[in-house]
Design a protein around this ligand. Structure first.
Ligand SMILES: *Cc1c(COP(=O)(O)O)cnc(C)c1O
Length: 455
């Protein structure tokens, strides 16, 4: 036993081993120490009787790799769902990134007024564009829409009442629930109406001297059909005006323009009635970076700015610049610079062609049966839950692997798919044609490992 312990290399010896020449000593040393200690203990407890030095070094190298490799990687989205929080929501277009790179890599006037040499506000860069687009009074940008909801409730409804319909007490993925956010912000929730029906009179009857806000929350990820009705935000705005209250709409997605949809009023339409406050996400249908965008009356936005919480919800220059570039794309009607819109807008004919091209790439792979079909894809991200976007997909079945196994293997290689009719469904909507060769290689690697090794 002792002899085995004696053959255990010293930390310093291992550090000098050429095998570790390209590692960082500060990271490597504790790994070596830990592995040597484990080995020592294993020897003492008779769990190992021989020492394989090569294997020991490999273990060190593998641990080092695991601890230093990046864990985030690009993925190919074949689910057809455009907005997925788990996959990073809206993509940013390379053109847009090129526009902002010079500003990210140099100093800039983010918060500096070049006329007065005084400190200014970072959101003014967004304000002038958004006010041009929407004819609104003022704008504030925070970390995400959840922050926007929280900031608004905390500023105007702390220990005061917020009236909201029972049909709008929604839960968004990732544990965002309107009642919980209300509680945390200090606002007192006053539910009115029923799950399926709420009338204007329900709000009106609930108004007391303690009421601060008449709130509407977008149902986002679900849709009520049948015997149901809700009060239009426009009516809430009128009611709020009548009683000198604040009307606030948590819009969730925030649809600006660029899609052929009737289901969702655009921000333009919503702003026509000059609401007190609206808030929406920057990275849902709007198609920009993660942010919470608040628009509304100047005196209210000014009060939001005075809340010390704002400092904790402040966005980085990256967000401001990416938002600004997205807004410029909207102003110039360059929807091709907003991938979310581009993906949702792709004509069916073009998707069919895209599916044909992918089919040709995958067809030569032996043991893969493929069929091209028409499917519905979804906007996702809690947007437009009932609106089907017609698309084309390839249904693939392997004669060698179970579909669930194939799905897992594809995912390990970075291709995210869904299962339809017990087959792998590759919806082409969110795939890029330049990745089709990569997709073919992934299938080859999984289904014919020998032949692809030989290449
Ligand atoms: C998505 C959503 C939120 C949360 O927005 P984030 O930008 O993800 O923080 C809040 N409210 C509604 C209605 C939503 O749809």
């Amino acid at each position: 036993m002792n002899t085995l312990l004696q053959t255990l290399p010293k930390v310093d010896e291992l550090l000098k081993d050429p095998l570790f020449a390209h590692t960082q000593i500060a990271i490597l040393k504790p790994i070596i120490q830990k592995i040597l200690q484990n080995t020592r203990e294993a020897i003492l407890s008779h769990n190992i009787r021989t020492l394989d030095l090569t294997q020991l070094k490999q273990e060190i190298l593998q641990t080092y790799a695991l601890q230093t490799q990046s864990t985030i990687r690009p993925l190919l989205n074949a689910t057809g769902v455009v907005l997925q929080t788990n996959l990073g929501r809206s993509l940013l277009h390379p053109k847009l990134l090129n526009e902002i790179t010079p500003l990210l890599t140099s100093y800039n006037n983010l918060e500096y007024d070049l006329q007065t040499s005084k400190r200014s506000e970072r959101t003014i860069h967004i304000k002038h564009l958004l006010c041009t687009l929407l004819d609104c009074e003022d704008v504030l940008v925070v970390n995400n829409n959840a922050s926007a909801v929280f900031l608004i409730l905390n500023t105007f409804a702390k220990d005061k009442e917020v009236i909201i319909s029972r049909g709008e007490l929604v839960e968004i993925g990732g544990a965002f629930r309107i009642p919980e956010v209300m509680k945390l912000s200090g606002g007192i929730l006053v539910e009115v109406g029923t799950t399926n029906k709420t009338h204007k009179s329900d709000y009106e009857t609930a108004i007391t001297s303690e009421t601060a806000i008449l709130m509407k929350a977008h149902q986002s990820n679900f849709k009520q059909v049948g015997f149901c009705s809700s009060v239009a935000f426009e009516e809430l705005t009128q009611l709020a005006k009548q009683y000198h209250l604040i009307d606030y709409y948590d819009l969730g997605s925030g649809y600006m323009q660029g899609l052929q949809i009737k289901e969702e009023p655009s921000l333009f339409e919503l702003c026509k009635n000059h609401p007190s406050l609206l808030s929406f996400s920057g990275d849902k249908l709007f198609g920009g970076p993660q942010a919470g965008i608040i628009i509304g009356k100047s005196h209210l936005i000014n009060q939001l700015k005075k809340n010390h919480l704002l400092r904790a919800l402040r966005v980085d220059k990256f967000t401001i610049l990416a938002l600004e570039a997205t807004l410029r794309a909207y102003i110039n009607q360059e929807f091709d610079k907003i991938p979310t819109l581009q993906m949702l807008n792709t004509p069916l004919q073009q998707l069919a062609q895209k599916a044909q091209i992918l089919l040709k790439k995958l067809a030569p792979i032996p043991s893969l049966e493929i069929e091209m079909i028409e499917v519905d894809s979804l906007a996702g991200g809690g947007s437009l839950p009932q609106v089907p976007f017609r698309s084309y997909a390839l249904l693939c079945k392997s004669v060698r692997l179970k579909t669930s196994t194939l799905k897992t293997r594809l995912q390990e290689q970075g291709l995210i798919t869904r299962i339809l009719q017990d087959q792998i469904c590759l919806d082409v909507r969110c795939l890029f044609e330049e990745d089709f060769d990569k997709i073919a290689t992934i299938f080859e690697k999984i289904l014919c490992p020998v032949s692809s090794n030989a290449k």
